[in-house]
Design a protein around this ligand. Structure first.
Ligand code: ADP
Length: 574
């Protein structure tokens, strides 16, 4: 701005200087011409009454006197009415043509005097002619050359140049200082703009009144912009917070497939935890899976929502592709990719399917037996009362087994839902162990098994029925899979913040190959023995689920033919 202002001032000054020089020249020239004409007129008026215009010798001497008295050259000519030049102070008479038609001569014969200015081919300059009638037959014409305006201008040119340079220096100096002075408040205002925008005014700075409304406007705009920025920041932070805390993967790309945003879960699920989001990084740099990339293209090109499941490192991932559409044209301007880990859902689905198959199978077996025996009796194949009693007893047993099975299934389903039932705080596991031992001692006695209980007070915040169920299943198994005369040891002890329940027996033990599977639903090592003892294959599964519900840890130690010990440890419980 400073340079521009300076140049404008300089330009105006130079143009006005040139104009004033030109005007000075013109004015000067007109004064010069007028002065020259007046002088000539005065000389002519003074000399027209001269008496001896007939005597050439006297004319010559008089003219020479006049010419000597002036500092410029004049030409005296006497012309007759017929145009004949009778005297000329410069040219020879004979060489001059008729002057009859010269405007000043004609005017002088007519009105007594006449004048004219024209270029003279004789003297090769502009000439001013003034003629007066000195007798009826003659006019006296005096002329002098008048320099052209160009020569006048050239004559005063050095002065003009000097004047111009002088003006230029003065204008340069004043333009500089003027520009600086004019711009000083603007500079100071710019320097103090931040302060001014904060407080509305600045101390010690003189600001043009015209700028006050401008600074007010800037201030208003700054406040608005700050508000917008704050809102945008807030929105960005909120969105960032939401996406960062989502357990689903979140990726946003534009239509050029460049990644605009990605959250930590997204990087993790894709298996690229170290991915660094820099501007213009393409989706190809993040995802290598061709199926997913195909879906990205498909969804953007066709502008449709798609879902695609893939299996990666044993996990099931579901990708949702949603085009981001323009508000009006509804064209896809980008793509939102959400990744959900559906491993648990998938596993639950598989488990549900297996469970249904197992349940159907388990229920079918006793029912087939019941129907078989019932049919035999109906058909009259069994007639004697002892056999009928025997088969009815078997039908009864199978029925009871069926009920036990259904009860176990229902119990397991409830536990598996994962919803903790009402918790009775301060459950003493010592009491539970003693109650279980008391409940199962008749069965133990019947099978000649000795129960030994070694427990301490151990309080736990849990559901009482669940804890009884857990203890019952463990002790029941210890009795069921034991040998006559064998032992079952029930122990509850505390170790720091841990409570350890342990049920060990001196029974048949479990072969190594089955050890991993005994906690599965419906899994039984020896089906016939289990069936014999009324087992459903769900007992340990129920134990496992109850333990998991209270973050307990199960450990199995067993040796075939020697015995089994199952330990459940609960941590950080009171
Ligand atoms: P069940 O109702 O058949 O007892 P469980 O789920 O309680 O079902 O046990 C699964 C299988 O694990 C049993 O069929 C049995 O073969 C084996 N088992 C469980 N506890 C013991 C134990 N204390 N000693 C030996 N085998 C056991």
């Amino acid at each position: 701005m400073k340079k521009r202002l300076f140049l404008i001032i300089m330009l105006i000054s130079v143009v006005s200087s040139v104009l004033s020089c030109v005007m000075t020249t013109v004015v000067y020239y007109s004064f010069y011409v007028e002065d020259a004409e007046n002088k000539l007129k005065s000389i002519v008026e003074l000399t027209k009454d001269f008496e001896n215009w007939e005597d050439e010798g006297k004319i010559n001497s008089s003219v020479n006197k006049i010419l000597n008295a002036t500092d410029y050259s004049m030409r005296f000519t006497i012309i007759r009415k017929n145009g004949e030049v009778v005297y000329d102070s410069r040219a020879k008479n004979e060489s001059l043509e008729s002057h009859k038609d010269r405007p000043e001569v004609a005017a002088a014969f007519e009105k007594g005097h006449g004048e004219d200015t024209r270029y003279s081919s004789t003297t090769k300059t502009d000439m001013y002619y003034y003629a007066v009638k000195i007798s009826e037959n003659e006019v006296l014409r005096v002329s002098r050359d008048i320099r052209s305006i160009n020569s006048v201008f050239i004559g005063i040119l050095p002065v003009l140049v000097l004047l111009f340079v002088f003006l230029l220096v003065i204008v340069y100096a004043s333009a500089n200082s003027f520009t600086r002075r004019v711009l000083k408040p603007v500079k100071e205002m710019t320097r103090s703009l931040d302060e001014m925008l904060e407080d509305g005014e600045v101390s010690g700075v003189e600001i043009y009144d015209e700028f006050e409304s401008l600074s007010l406007k800037i201030r208003e705009q700054k406040i608005k912009i700050n508000q917008y920025i704050d809102e945008l920041k807030h929105e960005r932070d909120t969105i960032g917070l939401i996406t960062e805390n989502m357990k689903e993967g979140f990726i946003l790309i534009n239509k050029n497939r460049q990644i605009l945003s990605i959250n930590t879960s997204g990087k993790h699920m894709i298996g690229n935890d170290k991915f660094d989001l820099r501007p213009s990084r393409n989706i190809l740099e993040l995802i290598r899976n061709s199926e997913i990339l195909q879906q990205v293209e498909n969804s953007i090109e066709k502008n449709i929502h798609t879902i695609h499941d893939i299996k990666k490192d044993g996990r099931h991932l579901r990708y949702y592709f949603s085009p981001v559409k323009e508000q009006y044209s509804l064209k896809a301007t980008g793509l939102l990719i959400l990744i959900e880990d559906i491993t648990n859902q998938k596993n639950a689905e598989i488990m549900r399917r297996e469970f249904s198959a197992n349940v159907s199978h388990e229920l079918k077996t006793p029912l087939t037996t019941i129907i078989g025996f019932a049919e035999m009796i109906k058909e009259g194949l069994i007639t004697d009362s002892d056999s009928i009693r025997k088969y009815c007893g078997m039908i009864n047993n199978e029925g009871l087994r069926l009920i036990a099975l259904i009860e176990d299934i229902m119990r397991l389903s409830r536990i598996e839902e994962g919803v903790r039932p009402e918790e009775n705080s301060n459950i003493n596991l010592k009491e539970i162990a003693e109650e279980t031992a008391a409940l199962l001692s008749p069965k133990a006695e019947e099978l000649n098994i000795h129960l030994e209980v070694k427990v301490v007070d151990a309080f736990i915040k849990a559901n009482r029925n669940y804890m009884s169920e857990l203890m019952y299943n463990l002790v029941d198994n210890g009795i069921k899979y034991n040998k006559s005369g064998g032992f079952v040891y029930i122990s509850v002890k505390k170790d720091g913040r841990q409570i350890i329940i342990s049920v060990s027996d001196t029974g048949v033990g479990i072969a190594e190959e089955y050890q991993d599977r005994i906690f599965e639903r419906f899994y039984r090592v020896d089906k016939s023995r289990s069936k014999e003892t009324g087992g459903t294959g769900l007992g340990l599964s129920i134990v496992k689920h109850i333990a998991e519900l209270y973050n307990g840890k199960i450990e199995l130690k067993t040796k075939e033919d020697e015995g089994t010990e199952i330990t459940v440890t609960f941590s950080c419980l009171q």
